[in-house]
Design a binder for this molecule. Sequence first.
Ligand code: SAM
Length: 381
Amino acid sequence: MSQLTFDTPTTKIIKKLIDSNKGRINFSNFMSTCMTNEDFGYYSSKNLSWDKKGDYQTSPEIHPVFGYLWAKQINECWHKMNKPKEIQIIEIGAGSAIFMANICTWLKNQNNELYDASEIILLDISQKRLDEQKKILDIYEIDANYSTLSEFLNKKIKSDAIVISNEFFDCLPFHLIKKRNKNIYEIFVSLSEKNELIFKEEILSDKKIIDFIRSMEITLFEDCIIEIAPKTFETSQQIAEMLNAGYIITIDYGDLTENLMKEWNKEGTFKAISNHMLTDPLDDPGNVDITADVNFSILKKAFEEKQFQVNELTSQWQSLINLGIFDLIKKENEIDFNNSARYFKTNQALAKLLEPEQLGRIKVQVAGKNVPTNNLLYMKG
Ligand SMILES: C[S@@+](CC[C@H](N)C(=O)[O-])C[C@H]1O[C@@H](n2cnc3c(N)ncnc32)[C@H](O)[C@@H]1O
């Protein structure tokens, strides 16, 4: 329940939406307004960051090795594609752009032929985000093209590409569904008598969601909330359609349906985060991040329907070890043995990226079309 005395600009927009939608809006609509509203949405905020100063820290912000290791994987993918003379390297939801900066730094140093063959493309939600990303890549002297994801997808251009994303899919909006007394309810956002935002359950009547639950073979358990994300399926298929041949590398929190939907998982996986703390998603709309674990079964089905081969899920800790994180960190530490601050910082980063309680639990899914997908570096123990 909202405790706010003053409405944020986003709260005002949401209240108007609720008024014009029979007194309630679904959670997916609430979430897109909070996150992607052009003027006041979370992703339009100035100085948004994903490092220690931000609401939470992502892997690319922890240490450059994260970008270098995935560059190594991209390099292998390009070889497996028979070294095309022209290839797009696309990042979706690039945040501060530091991941792409580190990927390109590795490629420039280790495989200039691939770097020269590459068209670097960053796709994000708004021009504001893209402008900030361009500032960073300009500092690294990296030429790239920038577009909003929706504009890029609308062009429907097909190419040979390697698409990579880190913590993008968990930002896409979802509906909240709950089974109670054998009935299925959708959880809406509505207004209390005191004009505060509240949750409100109504019998699920949206045929699109009912069909989606069926087609994804999702089992609902009594008293459990689950997130249902048709948008994730649609977006995955649109991304898949961009490729003639190539790979889609997805790195994100989440799991397969059977591991996400458990009888004991009553509250679902959705959460709101502000300043590294969990908070109420109805408090402070537009100023807090809202996410849920990605259902990788949805991505798998979406990609397979578009003729992709989808590898089994791997965890981040396993993938980074297979890509050689220990060797890279060892080399990094050898640079200056006497600099103990640097030594401890590097080892701290290693722990954060690998520990299964921390970012190590993030999952990696690689899908490929018209390319070999087995025995890739990140999979080899
Ligand atoms: C959680 S941040 C991750 C940033 C970066 N990949 C990282 O790991 O630090 C999510 C990114 O996805 C972008 N994003 C969120 N929703 C989006 C959408 N619907 N379309 C395109 N980009 C979106 C955000 O602007 C942001 O850059």
